[in-house]
Ligand binder design. Structure first.
Ligand code: NOJ
Ligand code: CA
Length: 555
């Protein structure tokens, strides 16, 4: 059975819950599954279609759960399998689908397979599940020059069972995250079995961690280190976007398709986290027999400049369309600086930096950032395709840019000796209620990262039913998007509004909208006789679109 019914994912809006930081039920300062279940009505009210949960599996939490020790169980810090089942059941009751994270590139070093590998000799089948190699120069130097994305070398030397220094193992991320060897059929079988485990539990899909990293170039050749992983390098690097990954996803797609029920809109979906450029290369991941979605990170990194936005949107749509896939828009997630903060810096042509911000770095213009973030979201939610939201962006939360060093937990901070502050700033626990301890994140005042004071003012309860709040804006946009079925629409650019304005019409079988986003410095007159359906700035009285404002008009 291939995919069936309406293919709900083609225009779905999917909300990312980062379990550590969404809602804490027991007051230990770390979010958990019962906390999520209790807060799900917030998402039904918001009007999203699905949630994606970052990892909640058994893990020593060296990379906040992206280091999995048991793929088939829940870490006690988050709950247990019964708590997951209750979460999924409640979500489904509320009409929300549930997507979980699969981490197939690497496991935790506490995974039983890696423990066995260390206890077994070089050349053993236990070692062959990971990438162990002898070092260069008589074993003393790493097998190649690859660097960990979190800083430092991507290889660590082990002590052999006899206690002497021996082979090296590859870890593209932290030392505690050894990479699997995907040329080993045992790895393929095991990870497919993990997919089945969660599909049988009723999940609606998977977000695939580091989807472009599973296969490494034959012979593990040295990399050209002058390239940046987020820029134009992926096609050249021996660890990214190797052709062999596509066969893995064809097999996964056959698996998820076998779970679709004929005549029902019940597709189980696969979404790639693949930092791959250009858009042509990324589109390969969403060919008809591969994945359903792949995050458009090029869009996320595109500056708030009209020419850049227009170019990225145009070629992104064209590349996805060429393979019959929808685009997957995204502006924020748990690895990048929140867009309300990113956009509070001067915008320059070319892809923008997404790395964390520390107290010693230049600070953003918070008001400008939020104003532009609201405008950018109002553009994104009108675009054809699906969109992912990151928890807290509906509250307009800024990045926490002043976290004290001793609070930082992202391994990047330690591995780079603080040169790179890491990603904790976007992971700060959510404020639900202003004026109470931990802003309602949990029952007490514990919060695994300290919450900035301005989070109190932005708490969900302060924004609910407030006509001008960011939360109300998101609700309005999501409602209109659904009514007009904009995610299924077609986009046409409109002329006559000047170079600094993104002007387009999106039309579906259910209706149409004209979107005007003013990225210039002067006011732009609204066309005569059109009703404003929504606007990214409070109270749109005038006959103008203001700087950094987006309006939706009835054509
Ligand atoms: C991407 C995840 O989004 C990130 O949080 C994690 O650190 C790396 N993959 C490694 O799993
Ligand atoms: Ca907890």
């Amino acid at each position: 059975m291939a995919s069936s019914g309406e293919q709900w994912w083609r225009d779905a809006v999917i909300y990312q819950v980062y379990p550590r930081s969404w809602a804490d039920s027991n007051g230990d300062g770390i979010g958990d599954l019962p906390g999520i279940t209790a807060r799900l009505p917030h998402l039904a009210d918001l009007g999203v279609d699905a949630i994606w949960l970052s990892p909640f599996y058994t893990s020593p939490q060296h990379d906040a759960g992206y280091d999995v020790a048991d793929y088939r169980d829940v870490d006690p810090v988050f709950g247990d399998l019964a708590a997951f089942d209750r979460l999924a059941a409640r979500a489904h009751e509320l009409g929300l689908r549930v997507i979980v994270d699969i981490v197939p590139n690497h496991s935790s070093d506490e995974h039983p397979w890696f423990v066995e590998a260390l206890a077994s000799p070089a050349g053993s089948p236990e070692r062959a599940r990971y990438i162990f190699r002898d070092g260069r120069d008589g074993g003393t130097q790493a097998p190649n020059n690859w660097q960990s994305l979190f800083g430092g070398p991507a290889w660590t030397r082990v002590n052999e069972p006899d206690g002497k220094p021996g082979q090296w193992y590859l870890h593209l991320f932290d030392t505690t995250q050894p990479d699997f060897d995907w040329t080993n059929p045992e790895v393929r079988t095991e990870l497919e079995d993990v997919l089945r485990f969660w599909l049988d539990r009723g999940v609606d899909g998977f977000r695939i961690d580091v989807a472009h990293g599973l296969v490494k170039a034959d012979g593990l050749p040295d990399a050209d280190l002058s390239h940046d992983r987020h820029a134009d390098a992926t096609a050249l690097a021996p660890m990214w976007d190797q052709p062999g990954v596509h066969e893995i996803y064809r097999s996964w797609r056959r698996l998820t398709d076998s779970y679709a029920t004929e005549g029902e809109d019940a597709d189980r979906i696969l979404c790639a986290e693949a930092w791959v450029l250009p858009a042509e290369a990324l589109a390969k991941y969403v060919r008809e027999d591969e994945l359903h979605q792949s995050f458009n990170f090029e869009y996320l990194m595109t500056p708030w400049l009209a020419a850049d936005q227009r170019a990225t949107i145009t070629h992104s749509l064209a590349q996805a369309e060429a393979v019959g896939a929808p685009q997957t828009w995204v502006l924020s997630n748990h690895d990048v600086v929140r867009h309300a903060t990113r956009l509070g810096y001067p915008q320059t042509p070319g892809l923008q930096k997404i790395e964390g911000i520390g107290a010693d770095d230049p600070q953003p213009d918070a008001e400008l950032g939020l104003r532009r973030a609201r405008a950018a979201t109002a553009v994104m939610l009108a675009l054809p395709g699906s969109a992912y939201l990151f928890q807290g962006e509906e509250l307009g939360l800024p990045e926490a840019t002043q976290l004290p060093d001793e609070a930082r937990q992202d391994p990047t901070f330690a591995r780079t000796n603080g040169t790179s502050v890491g990603r904790d700033g976007c992971r700060v626990p959510i404020p639900w209620e202003g004026g109470v301890p931990s802003y309602g994140f949990g029952p007490g005042d514990e919060s695994w990262l300290p919450q900035p004071v301005e989070y109190g003012l932005l708490a969900a309860d302060r924004q609910r039913h407030e006509p001008d709040s960011t939360l109300t804006l998101y609700q309005d946009l999501l409602r209109l998007r659904r009514e007009l079925r904009l995610g299924r629409g077609a986009l046409t650019w409109l002329d006559g509004f000047g170079d600094d304005v993104l002007a387009f019409r999106v039309e579906s079988a259910k209706g149409a909208v004209i979107v005007l986003a003013n990225l210039g410095s002067g006011e732009v007159p609204l066309p005569d006789g059109k009703t404003v359906l929504a606007g990214s700035l409070p109270r749109h009285h005038g006959a103008f679109v203001r700087t950094d404002e987006t309006v939706w008009l009835r054509p």
